[in-house]
Write a protein that binds this ligand. Structure first.
Ligand SMILES: *[C@@H]1O[C@H](CO)[C@@H](O)[C@H](O)[C@H]1NC(C)=O
Length: 180
């Protein structure tokens, strides 16, 4: 083997993993049409953050799932509110399963098979930065609530808003009448 070829081979060995790493870090973005509007899913593999945003005529919302910090945050626009909660990893899809979820979207209306219900407590979140830059820039200036997961039948949930994420998971946020 002469020198230029050997160099090329060695360079190939060095570059291939570097390029593979680069592609793994690239954002994936997918736009999905959903009855009268659309949802956009973005996945950042480097930061282990996924976001799903819905825009329709009746309003819009965005939810950010940070698989690194273990927190999720949801902005609901007509309400100008941001709901921050712990991500329950036994109930949430795994980070690696997210592209699959988007691929399985059907054109016909389909209701999510899973639902997580939260009760909201209005709070001033002083360390908003600690939830990551995406959540910070999404929630800054909005009314922030901490959202606590609730299980079983609830009798005093008050008014709820149900967000259907990728036809897979319903996130239901309820204003607790006891705290409003
Ligand atoms: C997380 O989900 C599991 C399964 O639904 C549930 O048993 C558990 O109570 C949840 N954790 C919290 C903190 O709500």
């Amino acid at each position: 083997m002469n020198l230029p070829i050997l160099t090329a081979v060695l360079l190939g060995l060095v570059l291939t993993p570097a390029l593979a790493d680069y592609h793994q870090q690239t954002d994936i973005s997918k736009k999905i049409s959903i009855g009268g509007g659309y949802q956009i899913m973005t996945i950042n593999r480097k930061w282990l953050v996924a976001s799903i945003e819905q825009k329709t005529n009746h309003g819009s919302w965005k939810t950010i799932w940070n698989y690194d910090t273990g927190f999720m945050a949801t902005k609901v626009l007509p309400e100008k509110a941001c709901y921050i909660s712990i991500m329950n990893r036994t109930e949430m899809p795994s980070f690696d399963a997210l592209p699959q979820l988007a691929a399985h979207i059907r054109n016909h209306q389909r209701s999510p098979t899973k639902e997580i219900t939260f009760t909201l407590v209005k709070t001033i979140v002083r360390d908003l930065e600690s939830y990551g830059p995406d959540t910070f820039s999404m929630c800054i200036g909005l009314t922030t609530y901490v959202a606590y997961e609730v299980h079983g039948p609830q009798f005093n949930l008050g008014s709820c808003i149900k967000l259907e994420v990728l036809q897979y998971l319903a996130l239901t946020y309820c204003h607790n009448n006891n705290y409003v």
